[in-house]
Design a protein around this ligand. Structure first.
Ligand code: HEM
Length: 363
């Protein structure tokens, strides 16, 4: 059950439509590419790399942050996950906390607090932790157990660089953990009880088993396809936003100079002009597709010009988390609809599209 404003958008048939006095919505494949290519993203439109500590983020420190995050994610994927009971509870929040615990809990205090959910939700606590991190590094620490992302803070050469490194630690960990939790939760939902059952059970038991086990092993290899199909039907980055200006006028008669433009991968990914059986969840459609992002009318990570810098980290981490959830027989609990037996749950209006449900492991 989508939030009413999302449902309104899903009900639109036009591919270019007015949303309000100053916003035009677009789900037309070619027009989306043209809008994205018309001008680079403004620094104020960025999320992770919007200005911090009173200055723009220099390009080299932005690339260093992404490289550090990449190291931390790859190291995390290789370490054993925390106990699966951490996945119990309301999703996607349970998964966000679980990922933070898995990837960043080795950072010394107060750095690890930067990414703790209870803290990030409170601006006042965030400011206190920021100040505490500003007077870090922990003297005498040998760097043991510290993430590469935290090392960016410790090795900053001046106050401004340090302030920016703190902001980027917070934003990068939040974007990663929130995005991967949303993607994995959406995948678990779309797989449904039957899909999850097919892939459930400890990996070790499967491998040694007979034909059924072999089938499951092969199916497990298709988790990547499950994620690409989830990114089509329930893309966490469901709307991209551009503030108006000269760059977009002339691309379409509906778009005036003062209009902001909202691009909707969510709608484009479901349009029958672009997809066969658009509303069916069919991971098979990605089988043997070497580079899904080259598929027309598909842009879960943006288009050339503003493509996501972390896409190579997001899918492997989500795949690992999905495996942990399936290995531990994570079950989705939602109240049954009184009139029909289908499971229903909410998709609220948030910047990241994510299905809400309660989960129980080992059921
Ligand atoms: C599930 C997780 C994620 C999804 C679905 C996602 C999706 C996207 C999308 C759709 C864009 C294009 C935005 C636009 O054109 O307006 C984008 C751009 C970008 N993303 Fe991601 N992203 C994810 C996680 C991350 C993470 C963890 C980081 C880094 C910490 C990151 C860094 C970036 C950057 C730097 C850009 C380019 C925008 C710019 O030029 O500033 N993303 N992402």
């Amino acid at each position: 059950m989508y939030a009413p404003r999302i449902q309104d958008l899903l009900d639109r048939e036009e591919k270019v439509f007015r949303i309000d006095a100053t916003t035009v919505g677009v789900s037309h494949r070619d027009l989306i590419s043209e809008v994205v290519a018309a001008r680079p993203v403004l620094s104020t439109e960025r999320s992770v790399y919007k200005p911090a500590a009173g200055a723009e983020i220099p390009h080299d420190s932005a690339t260093r942050t992404i490289r550090a995050l990449g190291q931390d994610v790859m190291a995390g994927i290789r370490t054993p996950p925390p106990p699966a009971r951490g996945l119990n509870g309301p999703w996607p929040y349970a998964a966000t906390s679980y990922l933070r615990q898995w990837l960043f809990a080795s950072d010394p205090l107060p750095v690890s607090l930067l990414s703790k959910r209870g803290i990030t939700r409170s601006p006042a606590l965030s400011r206190i932790v920021d100040r505490a991190v500003t007077v870090w590094p922990d003297p005498g620490a040998d760097g043991h157990g510290r993430t590469a992302l935290a090392e960016q803070i410790r090795s900053a050469s001046d106050a401004q660089e340090r302030g920016q490194a703190i902001a980027m630690y917070r934003r990068a960990t939040a974007t990663l953990c929130d995005g991967v939790a949303a993607l994995t939760g959406n995948a678990l939902w779309l797989m449904g009880p039957a899909g999850r059952e097919q892939l459930t059970g400890p990996a070790g038991r499967e491998r040694g088993a007979g034909p059924a086990g072999r089938e499951r092993g092969a199916a497990r290899a298709d988790l990547t396809a499950v994620l690409w199909e989830t990114l089509r039907l329930l893309p966490p980055a469901w709307m991209l936003y551009r503030t108006g200006g000269d760059a977009y006028t002339g691309l379409h008669p509906e778009i005036r100079r003062e209009d902001n433009v909202a691009l909707f991968p969510l709608l484009m990914h479901r349009h029958p002009d672009y997809w066969s059986e658009p509303m069916s969840f069919r991971p098979e459609r990605w089988a043997g597709v070497p580079d899904p992002e080259k598929t027309p009318a598909y842009m879960p990570f943006g288009f050339d010009g503003a493509r996501c810098w972390a896409k190579h980290l997001v899918v492997p981490l989500a795949e690992r988390l999905l495996s942990v959830a399936l290995d531990n027989r994570l079950t989705i609990r939602t109240p049954k609809h009184p009139k029909h037996p289908k499971q229903e749950t909410n998709v609220p209006l948030r910047s990241l599209l994510s299905v809400r449900f309660n989960a129980v492991s080992g059921a």
